[in-house]
Design a protein around this ligand. Structure first.
Ligand SMILES: [Zn+2]
Length: 465
């Protein structure tokens, strides 16, 4: 449905059934009545909904559809049960995530038995190893399945999964089915327990496993090919630097040529313009488009640059929150774990990962090259992070955890102003240790005195994703 060409979408003969009228409680007493009205208005409402008067009727309905659903012309995986009376719905209310007046009954996932031929190990962008089962093709819930997820080493050991075993696979909510059980009775003679790999299948480096983590990692971040390519693809992606003309395929081709070994290399690609034009399927026009896209990406705002760096566990939303809290990469790189944890949404795992990133000399070199290339490593004044300090004036005094200029920049990025002397018009005095005369003056004039922690709270209070 996301296609730009509506005539192409129309060809796909999509249909929809409506199941809820927002605001319906203003006009109807019950959910069922509101749906009947919608039907009369000409909307499509499922003909299979039923008004049940007690739990027995609900259970009968579920029981009936457990088998009858297989003859429906569309796939189903469960039944939604709702309280009908709007007044009762209102008094039941909501939890943080979902209404208390509705729940889903999931039918048992479909399973199939097949033989496990071999196990592949995939290396992800962050070096995480994922074992994948190669199976004898089997039909499951309407599709032929050849591969299934094995999750991690613990899961394989727990189920005692061995090559040659007959395994039970299941399709839950996920796209890729998973192995849930082994049929031990079918186990061939001479079978041996599965040996999990100890070295990266792509670069041969000894794998590591952090305490409390289920997955093994290849620690060879800088030289393990799938990690290099994965980070490059992440960096140029739409939610990160959004570089036009540098798709996954092109990244792989340029990496193979030896021109892209890390994200900083992207900004040196212009050196290879002629050589790129000579490549198959590239051409002058597409190369110039690519180089223009790279140039334009230098205007990407700081929060997205931070996300693009691909620091483990720093997702899109977390990057935004961190950018809003620190204002620049320079400040971020000087933060310790404890300081990081004061930022909204940053827990121990993320804090550790950020500190590790900035203690790695290779990362620092790359960041430096990106800085020289002209990427935004601080939230520019014009690129305001928020206006939550708008109309507020600050004076800074005493010894703070970071240089005063850092705090000045931060206040300004959130719309505030910084003055040098306290007056009756000053909104807040940001005071560190040993405040001195400014502190006294503020107290005399009744100006609010705040510390760093309070300032951070003010900045984060209304930050949204
Ligand atoms: Zn590796």
């Amino acid at each position: 449905m996301k296609l730009l060409d509506p005539s192409e979408v129309a060809k796909r003969r999509l249909d929809c059934f409506l199941y809820y009228i927002p605001g319906g409680e203003q006009f109807f007493a019950t959910h069922y009545e509101s749906l009947q009205a919608a039907k009369q208005w000409g909307f499509q409402v499922s003909e299979h909904i039923r008004l049940c008067n007690n739990m027995d009727e609900v259970l009968q309905f579920i029981h009936h559809w457990d088998t009858a659903r297989k003859s429906l012309p569309f796939a189903t995986d469960g039944v939604v049960i709702k309280v009908n009376d709007f007044a009762q719905q209102k008094s039941l209310g909501m939890t943080a995530k979902s209404p208390r007046w509705a729940t889903a009954f999931k039918f048992k996932a479909e399973q199939a038995a097949t033989r496990l031929l071999s196990v592949d190990f995939q290396v992800g962008r962050t070096g995480a190893i994922t074992p994948v089962a190669n199976l004898e093709p089997v039909l499951l819930a309407g599709t032929t399945v050849k591969r299934a997820s094995l999750h991690n080493a613990d899961q394989i050991a727990l189920l005692d999964i061995r090559e040659g075993d007959t395994v039970i696979i299941e399709k839950g909510g996920e796209i890729i089915p998973k192995v849930v059980q082994v049929d031990i009775s079918q186990r061939p003679d001479g079978s041996v327990p599965f040996q999990y790999i100890t070295h990266c299948p792509e670069c041969g480096t000894l794998l590591v496993r952090d305490e409390g983590e289920a997955k093994h990692y290849c620690p060879n971040e800088m030289h393990c090919p799938p990690q290099i390519i994965g980070r490059l693809i992440h960096f140029v992606g739409r939610k990160a630097m959004d570089i036009d003309g540098l798709g996954d395929e092109t990244v792989i081709v340029l990496h193979k040529q030896g021109w892209l070994n890390n994200i900083a290399d992207i900004y040196d690609l212009h050196q290879y313009r002629d050589a790129m034009i000579a490549l198959e399927r590239m051409g002058e026009k597409s190369v110039d488009n690519l180089l223009a896209g790279i140039e334009a990406s230098k205007n990407t705002p700081f929060a997205r640059v931070l996300f693009a760096l691909g620091i483990r566990y720093v997702g899109e939303t977390t990057a935004k929150k961190i950018a809003a809290a620190v204002g620049s990469l320079d400040v971020l790189s000087r933060y310790g774990e404890e300081e990081l944890k004061t930022i909204d949404e940053v827990g121990g795992r993320i804090a550790q990962s950020i500190v590790a990133y900035f203690t790695n000399i290779d990362n620092l070199k790359i960041v430096h090259r990106l800085q020289v290339a002209g990427l935004h490593f601080e939230a520019a004044a014009k690129e305001m992070l928020s206006d939550k300090l708008s109309g507020k004036s600050f004076v800074i005094t005493g010894t703070l955890s970071r240089p005063r200029d850092d705090f000045k920049a931060l206040i300004e990025q959130h719309g505030g102003t910084v003055q040098s002397a306290v007056s009756s018009k000053t909104s807040y005095l940001l005071a560190g240790e040993k405040g001195g005369s400014k502190l006294k003056k503020a107290e005399q004039l009744g100006v609010d005195v705040i510390d760093e922690e309070l300032l951070m709270k003010m900045l984060q209070e209304k930050v949204d994703g």
